[in-house]
Design a protein around this ligand. Structure first.
Ligand code: SF4
Ligand code: SF4
Ligand code: FES
Length: 260
């Protein structure tokens, strides 16, 4: 995060109260756009007190406080996993975690964004692997250190049964890893809390790759669609999207049909 002039003017050595002021930055105004008379709550961002709208996400609250997020943000929609944040709530000793772009602020929340965590990633050639337990033994032997504490599952903002797919990796059950970990956004919050230092999301990626390469059934529909793309069946539509103004593109995106 870097401080915008609005925040700099409030900076001081000791924590200080910040009154709800009329929003000055574009990001701050955007927070109030949908609910101009929103109830305000007090939160502590990196130890400093701020008063922000109740309906704001952590990300919007940080921006409302006058700071610009220059790292730890990407899609802003809960897909890219870039915005892992830890927080505490009043009277609760636990450390909670969530995605800043989808977690709403709460009264008394004390939050901080986490720096990127360097996590060891196995290097492999997917063409030279087998979809079984030997691959996990060789590439991620750390999974066998799992103590089944389930902390990873409790940390996951996607509600994934993380421990279960680590147990599946220990059995070499690639199909279960694929099924259970499918919605992982690779935020790394599970790995951050794991006492055994397992990099769950990297294990999940390996499982899904093995499934796609060796176990997935061939799809005639996919072959047909690839042939259509190669013949240029969607070129006109693609061109029209590429030249669309941003607001119309956004409207088209949110009104699209989503397959069940
Ligand atoms: S947090 Fe780590 S040790 Fe605990 S269940 Fe999850 S993978 Fe296993
Ligand atoms: S499994 Fe781990 S890395 Fe994936 S979304 Fe859940 S907490 Fe994030
Ligand atoms: S910014 Fe992408 S998940 Fe939050």
């Amino acid at each position: 995060m870097s401080r915008t002039p609005q925040a700099k003017s409030r900076a001081g050595n000791k924590p200080q109260a910040v009154k709800p002021v009329a929003p000055k930055t574009r990001a701050a105004k955007a927070v109030l756009q949908d609910a101009p008379k929103a109830r305000m709550v007090t939160v502590y961002i990196m130890g400093k007190r701020h008063v922000v709208p109740e309906h704001a996400t952590i990300m919007r609250a940080i921006e409302y406080s006058g700071q610009q997020i220059i790292r730890g943000a990407g899609c802003r929609e809960g897909f890219c996993g870039a915005c892992g944040t830890i927080y505490r709530l009043p009277g609760d000793y636990k450390i909670h975690s969530g995605l800043a772009c989808t977690t709403l602020v709460q009264e008394g929340m004390s939050l901080t964004q986490i720096p990127a965590v360097p996590m060891e990633k196995a290097i492999y050639d997917i063409e030279k692997l087998s979809p079984d337990v030997d691959t996990f033994k060789r590439l991620y032997p750390v999974v066998f250190r799992c103590v089944a504490c389930n902390t990873c599952t409790k940390s996951c903002p996607q509600g994934i049964q993380v421990m279960d797919y680590i147990q599946a990796a220990k059995r070499g059950d690639v199909a279960s890893i694929m099924d259970i970990s499918f919605d992982c956004v690779a935020c790394g919050l599970c790995a951050l809390r794991c006492p055994a230092e397992i990099v769950q999301h990297k294990v999940g990626v390996l499982g899904r790759r093995l499934f796609g390469r060796y176990l997935a059934k061939e799809s005639k529909e996919l072959d047909t669609r690839i042939a259509e793309v190669q013949k240029g069946a969607f070129d006109k539509e693609y061109k029209s999207l590429m030249s669309m103004p941003k607001d119309k593109l956004s409207k088209t995106y949110y009104e699209r049909d989503i397959e069940p």
